[in-house]
Ligand binder design. Structure first.
Ligand SMILES: *[C@@H]1O[C@H](CO)[C@@H](O)[C@H](O)[C@H]1NC(C)=O
Ligand SMILES: *[C@@H]1O[C@H](CO)[C@@H](O)[C@H](O)[C@H]1NC(C)=O
Length: 628
């Protein structure tokens, strides 16, 4: 039998060889021709939903920009995104590029020697994978480049960074405000020789379109592939992406002169912090008897605009009701409708002259629990004799989440306030340390480990996915809040999506819905190890690691050692068993006490009952942990 197969095989080879020689192009198996690209080619330049391309060596050295991690904004260099993702090395190689919908936020990171940047909303994304064509798929052998257009670079000093976005030959792009009747013959002599002539609009008209589009952040439908990417209006410091509110003291105790010092301080902070859509957004509330919004979070997207708005603030007078102001920011100021971006930590800096005239503890606790990081800058705080006048002793320690000094900055005199600018900016931008204003809903990396074995069946698998979606829906999802990843397993394991791959709820729920049922054996132990390697190894240090294993049968392998190993890594493990799941295994997998981490349902249709239960337990456990 084996022999005859071998013979047939050789016969086939022979005939193939004879036949292939005289006329190569007729060969039965069409050969994939992989087009070469340069290091600077951005995915957005190529008008195809999916394609293969070959990167040259040494792209890393070209420093072509990359935006995002795992999922990249389409203005990123394909080859450097591939190096960043580990798909190729700096020696180059083939990559498959798949376009995706735009994301709300792209988080920069360092990976494989490539530093990617952060970027807010972009209208199109892509992912890269190893350049091995799927069976039977032939990708285009030539790439269709979108026509180039002159790139708009704003004249402001901070925006010179945008020059890096362009794939045009290095040149000074025409300034936004110059009107040039014939773009092909303008300022940049080297630009246009090889490009098709741009559309006959003036630069000014184009710049105006930009302004309008960026003001509302409206996005084109992802289906319509962009002709060429356009830079966002205002950048800001991407390493300090926070939604920042200052609560300024407008009480009569301050006096006109000090109120002016306070304004100068805020203006200087606005300058130093580099306000912009890809960086910090800054607003101001003035409090006295009542809090009043002076500058809303989304009102101004540059330091200059914030500064001129600060200049116009007039002192309101009244008491120094800080507690009331903190309730106000919690309920209103940081609402989504008022410009809270999500994906950027909320930070409130309270400036207090002396001490507050109301209590702050309860209001700050509530604000912290909804995720607002509170800093106190106390100027001319109470001395020993004055402490008896306080409404609440140690009000600062009661208001901030950790009493180690990070969140409080005492300043001896109004005239020394200026010196606090740099240290304060440094702290509010240290997003890794803005971690204690966390709740059970916004502080997790959650990995679902989903049994895709044959016994589950297609219909029940959909129920399991519904369960995963229903649990996910309860959490606050973003790169800085809760992140969700998923693994499906049979004998084998498959990473369905990684932490941070989908950073908003809608896309995440969509991704869950799209998980394809695999069908096969049941190796739960191996799946847990896989989740540890593929997901938890990439968990952020300030997140709670939660694993939710869902299985309907006894594992073929031993779950004990893998479960113990993840417990030791600090993973809180929940197990949910359905129908034929084995009780002993569910308990091995679950963190102690088992009663609170392990659940069993007799049939898939009853799974829904455990959605609220599991959320409740996650939150209860979170709240029982010491906070300071
Ligand atoms: C192969 O055959 C086709 C038509 O049968 C012909 O057009 C083509 O030129 C041939 N190619 C070569 C390399 O001989
Ligand atoms: C998920 O939520 C939907 C809507 O509330 C509900 O109809 C469904 O039964 C739930 N399913 C599961 C498995 O939790």
């Amino acid at each position: 039998m084996i022999r005859s197969i071998t013979v047939i095989f050789y016969a086939f080879l022979l005939s193939w060889a004879c036949w292939a020689k005289p006329n190569g192009s007729k060969s039965k198996k069409p050969k994939q021709v992989v087009p070469d690209i340069e290091c600077d080619v951005r995915a957005g330049k190529i008008n195809l939903p999916e394609f293969i391309a070959k990167c040259p060596a040494h792209c890393k050295e070209t420093k072509q920009q990359v935006y995002g991690t795992g999922v990249f904004a389409s203005i990123s260099s394909i080859c450097n995104a591939a190096i960043h993702s580990g798909v190729i090395t700096n020696a180059g190689g083939k990559v498959i590029v798949r376009k995706m919908a735009g994301q709300n936020v792209y988080k920069g990171s360092n990976s494989n020697g490539v530093r990617s940047l952060s970027l807010p909303k972009w209208r199109e994304s892509f992912v890269v994978s190893v350049g091995k064509p799927k069976k039977g798929v032939i990708y285009p052998s030539t790439l269709d480049y979108a026509p180039s257009r002159p790139t708009y670079v704003k004249t402001g000093s901070k925006d010179t960074k945008l020059a890096a976005f362009t794939t045009l030959p290095p040149t000074t792009a025409p300034e936004a405000t110059t009107t040039t009747p014939e773009p092909t013959t303008t300022t940049a002599p080297t630009t246009t020789t090889t490009m098709p002539p741009p559309p006959p609009t003036t630069t000014k008209a184009r710049a105006a379109v930009h302004k309008i589009r960026d003001a509302g952040f409206s996005l084109r439908e992802p289906e319509a592939l962009p002709r060429a990417p356009e830079p966002p209006a205002s950048q800001g410091d991407p390493n300090c992406k926070v939604d920042l509110a200052f609560l300024m003291d407008g009480s009569w105790s301050i006096g006109k002169r000090r109120f002016k010092i306070q304004k100068d301080f805020l203006a200087e902070v606005a300058q130093v912090i580099n306000v912009g859509m890809a960086g910090p957004m800054m607003g101001i509330i003035q409090y006295g008897d009542e809090p009043v919004t002076e500058i809303s979070l989304r009102a101004h997207s540059s330091s200059k605009d914030v500064k001129s708005a600060i200049d116009k603030i007039v002192q309101k007078g009244g008491m120094s009701n800080v507690g009331k102001a903190l309730s106000y920011i919690n309920k209103q100021y940081f609402s989504d409708a008022n410009g809270n971006r999500g994906g950027a930590p909320n930070v409130a800096v309270v400036l207090v002259d002396g001490w507050p005239t109301d209590k702050v503890e309860e209001a700050s606790r509530l604000a912290r629990e909804s995720g607002i990081n509170i800093f106190f800058v106390t100027i001319e705080g109470p001395d020993e004799n004055e402490k008896q006048n306080l409404v609440e002793a140690n009000f600062v320690d009661k208001a901030v989440c950790r009493t180690n000094g990070f969140f409080s900055l005492p300043v001896n005199s109004w005239f020394a306030l200026r010196k606090a600018v740099q240290p304060l900016v440094k702290r509010v931008c240290d997003t890794d340390r803005l971690v204690c204003s966390k709740t059970c809903l916004n502080a997790n990396d959650i990995a679902f480990v989903i049994d895709g074995s044959s016994s589950v069946g297609t219909g029940n698998f959909r129920t399991v996915l519904q369960f995963v979606a229903n649990v996910t829906r309860e959490f606050e999802i973003s790169d800085t809040d809760t992140r969700v990843g998923a693994v499906q397993y049979t004998y084998e394991q498959r990473l369905e999506f990684a932490f941070g791959q989908y950073n908003n709820k809608a896309e995440l729920l969509n991704a869950i819905k799209r998980i394809n049922y695999w069908s096969g054996g049941t190796s739960t132990g191996a799946a847990i190890t896989f989740a540890a390697e593929q997901l938890f190894s990439k968990s952020k240090p300030n997140k709670r690691k939660i694993m939710i294993v869902i299985t309907d049968g006894r594992s073929y392998d031993d779950v004990r050692a893998p479960a113990l190993a993840v417990h030791r890594q600090g993973v809180i493990a929940y197990s949910i068993g359905i129908a034929w799941a084995a009780q002993d295994e569910l308990e091995y997998i679950a963190t102690d006490p088992d009663k609170e981490h392990s659940f069993f349902v007799d049939e898939f249709d009853n799974l829904y009952k455990y959605v609220t239960k599991i959320i409740h337990n996650i939150c209860q456990e979170f709240n029982s942990q010491p906070r300071n």
